[in-house]
Design a protein around this ligand. Structure first.
Ligand SMILES: C[S@@+](CC[C@H](N)C(=O)[O-])C[C@H]1O[C@@H](n2cnc3c(N)ncnc32)[C@H](O)[C@@H]1O
Length: 285
């Protein structure tokens, strides 16, 4: 299998002697993409799409508009890559925010909105008061599923109460469990998204907070739980009481991810006063 450039901005997917897929990028942003029906559902399309983006100098976070999908399979393919139709039926993929004038939480929320699709399975590895779990439930919709984890019973209760009040208990639920044991809750390759909002539970005693000895195994488990194309986000804090060790460990963990397996973007908010939390947006290739 190989990528063949057939003209400027145009590529074909060659398998043995035959071309089984074609892609064209017009104006650098408008993607026409197809794989012959008999070769779909076997990973050829995913490989071809990644190679085309790479050849065009684009990353998974860049904005694109796609030609109208021809059928349900093509629609599902685009949805898995973060495209969604607008009111006119045109399929767009929103960019990841690049500015640094915002906050870590705003960056990861924008990333979820751009890349989480209805029907997805998402894990909130730090349920806390359930604000993030609620947003995830809204984004995955009634056909999706959200599992939230926390080691504090009051966080689990607060999250489940928030979901019940919003009528979303059928979509999400919180369980009393450490994210270090995430592998027992999400099989390898099963999750579309795993999100971490590290730190302590706002409104509770600050003595319980996330720590590198459980966060790092949880990140490993999250990376394994993601399906290809799925994403992981982390908000990492470094002010009192936990200090900077966890944030440093998380950034080092992300730096060590193999580039051929993961796309990583860091938002450090350097230059902002105080201890601005860092955001990581990571996509599994
Ligand atoms: C900053 S809060 C999360 C905020 C939450 N996402 C929200 O929207 O309200 C961090 C949470 O991580 C939880 N936590 C700490 N260690 C944990 C662990 N090992 N496994 C799961 N949750 C943990 C804390 O109890 C706390 O509730």
């Amino acid at each position: 299998m190989r990528l063949v450039c057939t003209a400027p901005g145009a590529w074909a997917l060659q398998k043995e002697a035959a071309f089984i897929g074609r892609a064209q990028l017009c104006g650098g942003r408008f993607l026409c993409f197809e794989v012959d029906a008999r070769w779909r559902g076997r990973g050829y399309g995913a490989w071809f799409y990644r190679q085309v983006l790479r050849a065009a100098g684009l990353g998974p976070a860049d904005a694109l508009t796609a030609a109208p999908p021809a059928d349900d399979a093509a629609r599902a393919f685009l949805a898995r890559r973060g495209f969604a139709p607008d009111a006119a039926g045109v399929w767009h993929k929103a960019p990841v925010p690049r500015h640094t004038g915002s906050s870590a939480l705003a960056v990861v929320h924008a990333f979820w909105r751009a890349h989480l699709h209805p029907g997805a399975f998402a894990v909130d590895a730090t349920a806390g008061n359930g604000h993030d779990t609620l947003l995830l439930c809204r984004l995955v919709g009634p056909s999706g599923r959200v599992l939230a984890m926390d080691i504090q019973p009051r966080a689990v209760a607060a999250t489940n109460a928030r979901l019940a009040a919003a009528g979303l208990s059928g979509t999400g639920r919180a369980v009393l469990a450490s994210h270090a044991g995430l592998a027992a809750w999400a099989a390898p390759g099963s999750a579309d998204a795993v999100v971490f909002n590290l730190g302590y539970l706002p409104g509770a005693a600050h003595g319980v907070y996330t720590r590198p000895d459980t966060t790092l195994p949880a990140l490993d488990a999250a990376a394994a739980a993601l399906r290809s194309g799925g994403f992981l986000t982390v908000c990492a804090y470094w002010g009192p009481p936990q200090g900077g060790a966890e944030r440093a460990a998380v950034l080092a963990w992300a730096d060590a991810l193999p580039a051929e397996g993961f796309w990583v973007r860091r938002f450090l908010f350097e230059g902002q006063p105080g201890h601005p939390p860092a955001a990581l947006c990571i996509r599994k290739r």
